[in-house]
Design a protein around this ligand. Structure first.
Ligand code: FE2
Ligand code: FE2
Length: 191
């Protein structure tokens, strides 16, 4: 599990930096890029924490096979910044907010408090990442005078092949500015 999480964090560094590099010509305020550089720095710290934890347990990152699911999202959204923000921070990172609380309670159950502490740091930082995504997604929609929740639904149907499924961590999502109007109608169980 720790290896899988380290892999996600390593990819998250690339995902944040890809936004900065690929969309550097977009007419957005400079603070847009500062926000994603901050995210990339957080992801690097997360990867470091998990990588150190793997070493402490006698393993290392790279000891196990890993998937390229996250990088596929980069290809699927390379053509459009709004699509990128919809899928990377608002679907994939928001999913992390949904699943982390139960991972945390399992770690407490098995007594791995060191890893739990790391996940707690990650959980709090990830709320901020979703918030950066939500802020700029709303910015892009406002500039075009389109409804952000509706546009989000369209982009997710167009560019995301995975499932959007509950349980949703509504509280953490709302703290990040991602209100249920964005994702409820996308969930198969809501229909
Ligand atoms: Fe992270
Ligand atoms: Fe993140």
């Amino acid at each position: 599990m720790i290896h899988a999480l380290a892999h996600i964090e390593l990819n998250a560094i690339d995902l944040a930096l890809d936004i900065v590099a690929r969309f550097c010509g977009q007419p957005v305020p400079r603070s847009f890029f500062d926000g994603w550089m901050m995210v990339a720095t957080d992801e690097a710290r997360h990867f470091g924490l998990l990588s150190d934890r793997l070493s402490a347990l006698g393993s290392r990152y790279g000891a196990m096979p890993a998937h390229d699911g996250l990088w596929q999202a980069v290809d699927a959204t390379a053509h459009d910044l709004a699509a990128r923000l919809a899928i990377v921070p608002l679907i994939l990172e928001a999913r992390g907010l949904d699943v982390t609380p139960s991972l945390l309670s399992k770690l407490h159950e098995v007594g791995d408090l060191e890893t739990a502490e790391i996940l707690d740091v990650i959980y709090n930082d990830e709320k901020r990442h979703v918030a950066v995504g939500a802020k700029w997604f709303r910015f892009l929609c406002a500039r075009q005078r389109i409804d952000p929740a509706r546009r989000f639904g369209e982009l997710v149907r167009e560019c995301f092949r995975g499932e959007v499924k509950p349980p949703f961590n509504d509280r953490a999502r709302a703290e990040a500015g991602l209100t249920p109007t964005f994702y409820r109608s996308l969930s198969s169980l809501s229909q």
